[in-house]
Design a protein around this ligand. Sequence first.
Ligand code: CP3
Length: 343
Amino acid sequence: MNDLFLRACRGEAVERLPVWLMRQAGRYLPEYRAVREKADFLTLCRTPELAAEVTLQPVRILGVDAAILFADILLPLEAMGAELQFVKGDGPSFPNPVRTREDVARLRDPDVDETLGYVFDAMRLVRRELEGRIPVIGFGGTPWTLAAYLVEGGGSKHFDKLLAWSYADPEGLGVLLDRIADVSIAYLNRQVDAGAQALQLFDTWGGLLDLDRWRALALPPLRKIVQGIAGRVPLIYYVNGGGHLLEGMKELPVDVLSVDWRQPLSRVRQVVGSRTLQGNFDPAALLGPIPGIERRARQVIEEGRGGGHIMNLGHGILPMTPVENAKAFVNAVQSTPAPPLPA
Ligand code: CP3
């Protein structure tokens, strides 16, 4: 078994860095687009055989060191009773957004086996098909990021509904965040029962908050989730646009901190120390010529010196990325020795 990824999560020495790509199963792959011709996005998520198939595509095509289950962070909100649609070209939409304490009270506390069992089935299929060759990552969104979509009713330019609520009635919004945390704990634990060997929490919109407000609003439900996983598998916390949150992130007892590309890993290390980092290759750099990709990959490896490091992008791979460029990135990492860990 290639256990580079799990060893790096635990801060152990590795010969070379493990590498995988956020959104590695996705539209940049012609093989993914072919499956999507036959099924819309939510059907794909709800059909374990198809979800398992697209999960394994980047494993076969790119040779990454970890698989991430194909699903979406928004699925547990649907399980809580919020109708979810994916409109072609427009992304996710919640036609009945949650904006008041009364709306929160109407949400369900779902039985995750009944409502999200298809995710666990897909996980079991992936584990069976991989036969232990590489580890499989399960995932969820953070309460703050999930609430961002649920309150806005989808993606948003200003997140004004969410932010207005956070200033007008932080306790009321806190009730929503806490309920999402409880569902997430059940959902993530069942992913582990089904075979997830690590878990990643995606905080796509954590960077909207300043450090004090991140500590007050986003951190309590996050801590609750970390406690609810109880160290069963390594946990990765990813935040986008969170360079100003590093001091707070440092206090979160997770195994791996995953950051975007906006500042070099050497600067991140100055704040968080030798904790295992994940990232932070600029996804847009995969659009440039291959020699530049290879050079930059080695540069990011060098920047990460001083602690564990899992190579990844700073955010999801862009849909227009040429597959050869993604392959060149993976190959460059896999042919470069890891810098030694500090003594
Ligand atoms: O990484 C993987 O390969 C595993 C699968 C995965 C998807 N979404 C599949 C997907 C993962 C881990 C996610 C996480 C996710 N979903 C996040 C957090 C990561 C991030 O990018 O910050 C967020 C915010 C979502 C919500 C979501 N899902 C949005 C906003 C969209 C539409 C925007 C877009 O990229 O199209 C989705 C759709 C989605 N989720 C697609 C995929 C492959 C594209 C859907 C399609 O095939 O048309």
